[in-house]
Ligand binder design. Structure first.
Ligand SMILES: Nc1nc2c(ncn2[C@@H]2O[C@H](COP(=O)(O)OP(=O)(O)OP(=O)(O)O)[C@@H](O)[C@H]2O)c(=O)[nH]1
Ligand SMILES: [Mg+2]
Length: 471
């Protein structure tokens, strides 16, 4: 028994060493994290990125592809046996169907290994043979990153902050009423705890719907297989003087701590700490459509996310990373195919301005960062619309809801981003200058020539920034 355990351990160590040796000396691995809040476009991004790296006809912005140095690209079994595989074939299948669909929503972490056989650049290319570089793509919900802030807080601090924040939000009225009526010092009662957690989850869901991004704890919105478990059955409560060991508030506190220890920390340890490059996807057009508050919230979420990547911000994380750090972070506004290309520069400028102010706020000095606007899968074509004697540069596509073809002009984005960001910061209720529309387009039928991946906008540039220097 003992001997077999030891043998097992030795075998495992040998395996680990073997992994490390092959990775360091022969086959470098890039771990690319892909995150973003729900519906920001993570699944479509990964699916199209992989399809376009397998068939590189539309990847001229990726220099290794343009120089013909990528000899082969193929999918391989991923290194982590316990992480669900990213269902690439299913997602691509949905996009490629004769009646194309967007892939289903995904609610947890998943992973895919894409391996590239690359000829080294320059002189070396002629001397040494090609190398294999593995790109491990890890898809995880952005909501989980925002939980990092919870690690620094006690239950009492967190509750107090939540009550201040929720006080200003209509979506929280029902929960606040219920929570304030509760005596936290009374003995713990499971049905009551469950009711409070449910009301709190109801608030989080409504808040997210309304455009708030600071909806932690993230797993309340994406519970997965933790649904109904005690780590997700708690809520903030007002301070309760004289609460004994068996009081409701003590049990809530214990569960809050369990959430930190058993949900938040393992995610950072097992996934986050191993990432080399990161792309954060933002549905910036969606936020602009929702209004100034959503834009301001997105800016804050960006700085919270950046904060997570700043070494030294959090004691737990600093210990965990021990000198390792993410080298590059791309903030990408997705779904740019909702805009005519004449407006892309304005969208990029808005995300750039948000990133600048987020870096100031997070006092970020770490990874190289970049902002850009892209479309993972282009669902529209460009068109012109005549309106009151003007010609509007717009896009045309098939509407998701009705299946009808329609031309669409979302509104004129200002070329000076502060015209959006300033009112957002000042807490304006609506945009003064105009209204911004959004429409959901169905994916277009993909009629691909051999060697071409799905049509996209600037996905090749995103790949160049994220992995180009390592190829
Ligand atoms: N027009 C257009 N729509 C897109 C694009 N990418 C995503 N979308 C839309 O955004 C929706 C969400 O995209 P997903 O890739 O599923 O987003 P996600 O972040 O994986 O969402 P969850 O898994 O629910 O968190 C899709 O169903 C599409 O409607 C794009 O490049 N162009
Ligand atoms: Mg998804």
């Amino acid at each position: 028994m003992v001997i077999s355990t030891i043998a097992d351990q030795v075998a495992r160590q040998v395996e680990n060493v073997a992994d490390t040796v092959s990775e360091t000396f022969f086959e470098p691995v890039i771990r690319l994290g892909v995150t973003g809040l729900a519906r920001s476009g993570k699944t479509v991004f990964i699916t199209s990125l992989v399809a376009n790296l397998l068939d590189r006809g539309r990847m001229s912005g990726l220099s290794a592809a343009a120089q013909g140095r990528i000899e082969a690209a193929y999918l391989q079994p991923q290194p982590d046996d316990t992480v669900p595989r990213f269902a690439y074939e299913d997602h691509l299948g949905a996009l490629k169907a004769s009646a194309p669909r967007w892939p289903d929503s995904t609610r947890a972490v998943s992973e895919l290994r894409l391996s590239l056989r690359v000829k080294p650049r320059g002189l070396l290319g002629g001397l040494s043979g090609p190398r294999v570089i593995h790109v491990d793509i890890v898809d995880y919900p952005g909501e989980w990153l925002l939980d990092l802030a919870l690690l620094d807080k006690s239950y009492a601090d967190w509750s107090a902050e939540e009550f201040v924040k929720l006080g200003g939000r209509d979506e929280a009225a029902a929960f606040l009423q219920e929570a304030r009526a509760v005596d936290g010092a009374a003995q713990h009662d499971e049905p009551l705890a469950a009711r409070l957690a449910e009301a709190f989850t109801g608030y989080l869901t409504a808040a997210r719907e309304a455009g708030y991004y600071d909806c932690a704890p993230g797993r309340f919105l994406l519970p997965g297989d933790l649904e109904g478990s005690p780590v997700l059955t708690f809520a903030p409560l007002p301070e309760a003087a004289g609460a004994g060991r068996k009081a409701l508030i003590r049990e809530m506190e214990r569960r809050f701590e369990a959430y930190k220890a058993k949900v938040v920390k393992p995610f950072f340890r097992d996934h986050f700490a191993r990432i080399d490059r990161q792309v954060v996807l933002l549905d910036a057009l969606g936020a602009i459509h929702k209004g100034p508050r959503a834009v301001e919230d997105m800016r804050r979420a960006m700085s919270d996310i950046l904060g997570a990547f700043r070494p030294g911000r959090n004691a737990f994380l600093t210990r965990l990373l021990s000198g390792r750090r993410v080298e590059k972070i791309l903030f990408a506004a997705t779904k740019a195919d909702h805009l005519h290309h004449a407006q892309h520069a304005d969208l990029t400028a808005i995300v750039e301005a948000m990133l600048r102010s987020a870096s100031d706020r997070a006092r970020f000095a770490g990874a190289e960062t970049k902002a850009m606007a892209l479309a993972s899968v282009r669902a529209t074509v460009e068109d012109e619309l005549r309106h009151d004697g003007d010609v509007l540069a717009c896009v045309r596509g098939k509407l998701l809801e009705s299946g009808k073809q329609a031309a669409f002009y979302p509104g004129e984005l200002p070329s000076d981003p502060s015209r959006l960001l300033q009112p957002a910061r000042d807490g304006a209720d609506s945009w003064l200058d105009g209204d911004y529309q959004i429409m959901n387009f169905a994916p277009a039928v993909l009629d691909l020539s051999p060697g071409d991946g799905p049509p996209h906008i600037r996905l090749d540039r995103a790949a160049e920034f994220l992995i180009g220097d390592r190829l």
